[in-house]
Design a protein around this ligand. Structure first.
Ligand SMILES: NC(=O)c1ccc[n+]([C@@H]2O[C@H](COP(=O)([O-])OP(=O)(O)OC[C@H]3O[C@@H](n4cnc5c(N)ncnc54)[C@H](O)[C@@H]3O)[C@@H](O)[C@H]2O)c1
Ligand SMILES: O=C(O)[C@H](O)[C@H](O)COP(=O)(O)O
Length: 310
């Protein structure tokens, strides 16, 4: 008895040999035929419209989607729940490259590189800060939030966290519940968003919530663009109540050519690219669940909760 897998992300020859040992056969978007739609059991990798075609095929066999992404806001979660299709994500897999990008944003502004980058005359810039001077709060104390906190601690930062209930996590100085933000210390200088895109987090960083932070040095978003009201953020970057921002994710991706974001001086835009760099392979993540899947055991690694949306 073989199991058919649709490979939407590349597999090496060694990966395919491993899958053969488990009696898993591979179909790719290049060689898929309409007959395959009703036989695919596992989808592996990048998002694709092929998944929708499979879901629309009567009596399809799709039982498990292994997403390439950690964020699964683009997945048809209601449909997957209705058809009881398991969804696993890659949370944790790209935490190291993302956290290193966040550190580079922070150093860029804290050490004054943004000034020197555009300067063509000799004028030392002394408004530089060490990380001990810039207390941080990270929204989302998950795998990415924890990796950023670990790096920040090396440089002596004070790091607070925010999550759903305020439950303590790892080495955060203190963790606050998202509905109890008044408790966050008033001297926060850096806000980092590592929240997933869900109905609960949509437009969370609007005027009301950004107003909680007075004279913010830096706002960073590497979670999802849906969490930020971009006009409210731009207003604050322009009135000086937020000095700098770094956005890896935005409401519209690619960012439209006529977007005001392109012209904001105190803002760095990276293009949903902070995850790039060496990280655990997708195949390795996938293999943590495959033996259980093939022996009808419950999957335990990175299983998405449809209700929560992450
Ligand atoms: N920029 C990128 O390329 C990139 C790459 C990977 C992930 N991401 C995004 O980062 C997100 C987080 O990734 P992760 O691996 O750290 O996820 P994770 O599941 O490990 O952690 C999610 C965290 O968010 C918190 N959270 C969720 N909903 C919340 C709410 N409503 N209020 C307060 N806290 C809430 C959870 O308590 C948890 O601490 C992903 O969902 C994805 O959207 C972006
Ligand atoms: O959620 C993630 O893991 C990243 O956002 C993702 O890997 C980058 O690609 P996306 O699927 O979000 O375009």
């Amino acid at each position: 008895m073989t199991t058919k897998l649709l490979a939407l992300s590349p597999l090496t020859d060694a990966n395919i040999t491993t899958l053969e040992k488990y009696h898993v056969t591979v179909v790719t978007p290049e060689n898929i035929t309409p007959d395959d739609y009703s036989d695919i059991v596992i989808s592996y990798g990048w998002r694709s419209k092929i998944i929708n075609k499979i879901l629309e095929t009567p009596n399809n066999q799709l039982k498990w989607i292994q997403s390439f992404s950690a964020g699964v806001d683009f997945m048809p979660l209601d449909d997957l729940k209705k058809h009881q299709i398991i969804l696993t994500n890659t949370s944790g897999q790209k935490a190291v490259p993302i956290a290193q990008s966040v550190m580079s944003y922070i150093f860029h502004f804290a050490r004054g590189l943004h000034v020197y980058q555009s300067q063509n005359h000799w004028e030392p810039f002394e408004q530089q800060f060490t990380l001990q001077e810039l207390p941080v709060v990270i929204f989302g104390t998950g795998r990415i939030g924890q990796q950023i906190a670990a790096y920040l601690h090396i440089f002596g930062s004070t790091v607070y966290g925010v999550n759903t209930t305020g439950h303590p996590v790892g080495s955060f100085e203190n963790v606050f519940a998202i509905d109890n933000l008044q408790e966050i210390p008033k001297d926060i200088a850096i806000v980092i968003n590592a929240l997933p895109g869900t109905t609960d987090t949509e437009n969370f960083f609007n005027k009301e919530h950004l107003d909680l932070f007075k004279n913010l040095f830096l706002f960073v978003n590497i979670g999802r663009g849906s969490t930020v009201n971009e006009q409210d953020l731009l207003n604050k970057l322009n009135d000086g109540s937020i000095q700098h921002a770094a956005l890896d994710v935005t409401k519209q991706e690619p960012i439209p050519k006529d977007s005001k974001l392109w012209h904001q001086d105190n803002l760095i835009l990276t293009q949903h690219s902070t995850w790039a760099g060496e990280s655990e392979s997708l195949f390795h993540v996938f293999m943590k669940n495959l033996p259980d899947f093939l022996t009808d055991k419950p999957l335990t690694y990175n299983v998405v909760d449809y209700e929560r949306g992450y």
